[in-house]
Design a protein around this ligand. Structure first.
Ligand code: NI
Length: 256
């Protein structure tokens, strides 16, 4: 059984054949955590988790999308977070690449959603892009890893990975580790204990080699497992098995 700890099957890229793709995952023994990005997609993630036994939800709002958030929205998320199919709060964090929202607004809602995760007793799923220092400072200061968490699509240094490791975090590794020029990600994987790694696709984004340029889905995780295995001296099957257990550890509500 393969666990995809971060996917977006609510994305419009799946509008034409969502049912079909989700059924294929079931046939292939794949469990996927559908992660919210906008507030509305957090609601859709929840709905998908109620509809399909092998789909779980992580609910939260991505830093690009926090502009319209309010306390009523937080209460609504907290209500959903009590559901047994909701495994985490996320994706939450900071994204300074496009600066869609001002840094202060992003930081405010990152901190607020960390508090939400604590209220709900759930781990966090963190998105961080070009905001390494501020993300780490907030995570540390707010004790965001108190219930565990994943730094999704980890893209920072091996040194910073060790800092997150000390805080008890897991690392979402996906398609980028199959790219030829992904030297840093490969270094990070080489330096991490296998117990800290979980698989993720970020579907429909970040397809691994040999499917670059196509829509990604969780069936492609075998390529990611192979790439990690090459770095760690393991078979793809061993990587899938170890990361399955790791995912259940970081997301205790995964009843699989
Ligand atoms: Ni994502």
């Amino acid at each position: 059984m393969i666990i995809d700890t971060h996917a977006h099957y609510d994305d419009h890229a799946f509008d034409a054949d969502r049912e079909h793709v989700i059924a294929e995952l079931y046939n292939k023994d794949i469990i996927a955590v559908n992660v919210g990005a906008t507030f509305d997609s957090a609601l859709t993630a929840f709905d998908l988790s109620q509809k399909y036994p092998h789909i779980y939800a992580s609910i939260g709002v991505h830093p690009d999308e926090v502009g319209d958030l309010d306390e009523a929205g937080m209460s609504r998320l907290l209500g959903m977070a009590n559901n047994e199919k909701v495994v985490a709060i996320g994706e939450i964090g900071l994204d300074y690449h496009w600066m869609v929202q001002p840094a202060e607004v992003q930081q405010k809602w990152f901190i607020r959603q960390i508090a939400l995760a604590k209220e709900a007793g759930l781990p966090v799923n963190i998105h961080s892009r070009e905001a390494a220092k501020d993300t780490y400072d907030i995570v540390k200061q707010e004790n965001a890893g108190v219930n565990g968490g994943i730094v999704h699509c980890y893209s920072y240094s091996a040194e910073m990975a060790r800092d997150y490791l000390k805080l008890g975090f897991h690392f979402g590794i996906g398609g980028t580790c199959t790219y030829k020029n992904a030297r840093v990600v490969k270094e990070v994987v080489a330096g991490l204990p296998m117990e800290a790694i979980v698989l993720e696709t970020d579907s429909p984004y970040l397809p691994p080699v040999p499917h670059r340029g196509e829509r990604n889905d969780s069936r492609n995780l075998v390529y990611v497992a192979e790439a990690i295995g090459q770095i760690k001296g393991l078979t793809a099957e061993e990587v899938i098995d170890i990361t399955y257990h790791n995912a259940k550890e970081v997301y205790p509500r995964l009843a699989v």
